[in-house]
Design a protein around this ligand. Structure first.
Ligand code: NAD
Ligand code: UDX
Length: 475
């Protein structure tokens, strides 16, 4: 096995594969990196000359792509060619929750992992290090290992090229919206494996920009499990603070004051204590569901039900917000225009997977309101997919049956509306010109701020009725 890797193939050009490989390409110009995907459209967007058309939006990403693309970083659909040339293959494919069959609604769907393991088994040549980058149930390396072994055994029998595989687990901890920063300055890099030389090969890549004390090596199973547990702990903090946001509203306390006071205790820490409309994103929910499934599988029912609560509070928070909006607007939003500011699951990303906005908007439409949705990066087509309905045309807008339209600016979204609902924490929503916005709205004018982006005193001073999450003084 080569200790110094010369060619990498990454299977999966998504939110993890794309930025992660871009970072390795930038830090290791001596390595050739090919990111492959079966999705032709996605690959064509990664290769688009106009860097504004990259398939994902991440601050700092297009600068790296413009520097490395077609130099040592390539995007391609030729899976076979690039697997067979690689010394190291990263698996960065999707691992969503299973939708049907055994474990539906909880277990990870490993069909993409299995299919790319088979591709690696078929096409790899000689000695290949296979790196699990996707988030996987603990002991998945065993499954990948047996698939790969069946191919080496087959070729051995046929006296063909001898294939040998070394499996490593190297979970990714980047958060969307800060992916490039996180990749460049990781809190730690985790490498699990049982072959020292393979571990060293991967470690050498990271040592190009990460200091040695931040590179943690463990056995395979601890590494796989640590990723699930890191996400579960982070999500648990969000559910904990969100549960207390409701208590603050009932007791005239303020959630931001409480978060600050408890976060200054170094044992608690100040990060991840921001209350909001609930966690979204492609990871937290699916990884906790997977953890619950694994616990039940091992007969640990109490552990499973402990983690179930984290998801239940998250869903409750979203329902609670819709109810507050309807209650405050005199119990009726039918036929009312509501401006929705922010549709992505957090700021600085165009990703809407599991965004709280999807449930809150769907529920408001169900109540008969018509929404004018503005987000700086999410496209109309994506909102249509997420809400499962086309936007209303101008003739059927407004109506009392509910619906939505896409707004190209904050002003367009807010004009003639009865209420503004802030759902993601984009920078622009901290700087709203409340004085001019209230002048183009209907009376009485409401703000429902689920991200605490608004100065509530100022909002009141210009005449808004304001509700801000976890602020008991406004009740
Ligand atoms: P994604 O859906 O954005 O990308 C996955 C890509 O893999 C898709 O483009 C798909 O077409 C491709 N793919 C699937 N099977 C393939 C095959 N056999 N051959 C070639 N391409 C194939 O997913 P993502 O958000 O990048 O997540 C990937 C993994 O990383 C998941 O396990 C996820 O849990 C984990 N993860 C995600 C994040 C995040 O912030 N999104 C962070 C850390 C870890
Ligand atoms: C998460 C993990 O942070 C990352 O380490 C892992 O690799 C992938 O999953 P991501 O989902 O991209 O990253 O974003 P994150 O910043 O964790 O936010 C997740 C959700 O929690 C968002 O909806 C965000 O708005 C919400 N959140 C986060 C809060 O409501 N409050 C907080 O204090 C932090």
């Amino acid at each position: 096995m080569k200790l110094i890797v010369e060619k990498i193939c990454c299977i999966g050009a998504g939110y993890v594969g794309g930025p992660t490989m871009a970072m390795i390409a930038e830090k290791c110009p001596q390595i050739e990196i090919n990111v492959v995907d079966i999705n032709e459209y996605r690959i064509s967007k990664w290769n688009d000359i106009d860097l504004n058309n990259l398939p994902i939006y991440e601050p700092g990403l297009k600068e790296i792509i413009s520097k490395c693309r077609n130099k040592n970083l390539f995007f391609s659909t030729d899976v076979k060619k690039h697997i067979s040339n690689a010394d190291m293959v990263f698996i960065s494919v999707n691992t969503p929750t299973k939708e049907k069959g055994v474990g539906a609604g909880q277990a990870s769907d490993l069909k993409w992992i299995e299919s790319c393991s088979r591709q690696i088994g078929e096409f790899a040549k000689g000695e290949t290090i296979v790196v699990e980058k996707s988030t996987l149930p603990v002991r998945t390396a065993e499954t990948i290992g047996s698939i790969l072994k069946s191919f080496s055994d087959r070729d051995k029998k046929a006296k063909k090229d001898q294939k040998k595989f070394f499996i490593l687990s190297n979970p990714e901890f980047l958060a969307e919206g800060t992916a490039i920063f996180d990749l460049e300055n990781p809190d730690r890099v985790l490498i699990g494996g049982n072959n020292e030389r393979a571990i060293d090969s991967l470690k050498k890549i990271y040592l190009n920009w990460v200091s040695e004390e931040k590179i943690l090596t463990t056995d395979l199973w601890s590494s796989e499990l640590s990723k699930l547990i890191a996400n579960a702990f982070l999500a648990q903090r969000v559910s904990s603070i969100n549960s207390i946001s409701a208590l603050c509203e009932s007791t005239q306390a303020n959630i931001n004051e409480v978060a600050k006071a408890i976060g200054m205790d170094l044992r608690i820490g100040k990060h991840f204590l921001k209350s909001g409309p609930g966690f979204g994103g492609s990871c937290f929910k699916k990884d906790i569901l997977n953890l619950i499934y694994i616990c039940n599988h091992y007969g640990l029912k109490e552990v499973a039900s402990y983690w179930e609560k984290v998801i239940q509070i998250n869903e409750w928070q979203q329902k609670r917000i819709t109810k507050i909006i309807v209650d405050r607007m005199f119990g009726n939003v039918a036929g009312k225009k509501i401006s929705i500011l922010g549709f992505s699951f957090k700021a600085n990303t165009n990703d809407t997977r599991e965004s709280p906005a999807i449930n809150i908007c769907s529920d408001l439409i169900e109540e008969g309101s018509y929404l004018s949705i503005y987000d700086p990066k999410v496209e109309l087509q994506q909102i249509q997919i997420d809400l499962g309905m086309k936007p209303l045309d101008d003739n059927s807008w407004p109506n009392k049956n509910g619906g939505w339209q896409f707004a190209y600016s904050i002003k367009e979204s807010v004009e003639n509306s009865d209420a503004i609902v802030i759902l993601s924490d984009w920078d622009d929503f901290f700087k709203l010109d409340l004085k001019s916005l209230i002048n183009i709205m209907r009376n009485p004018s409401w703000i429902f701020d689920t991200r605490n982006t608004i100065d509530t005193k100022q909002a009141k001073a210009v005449g808004f009725n304001i509700w801000s999450l976890g602020d008991g003084s406004l009740i």
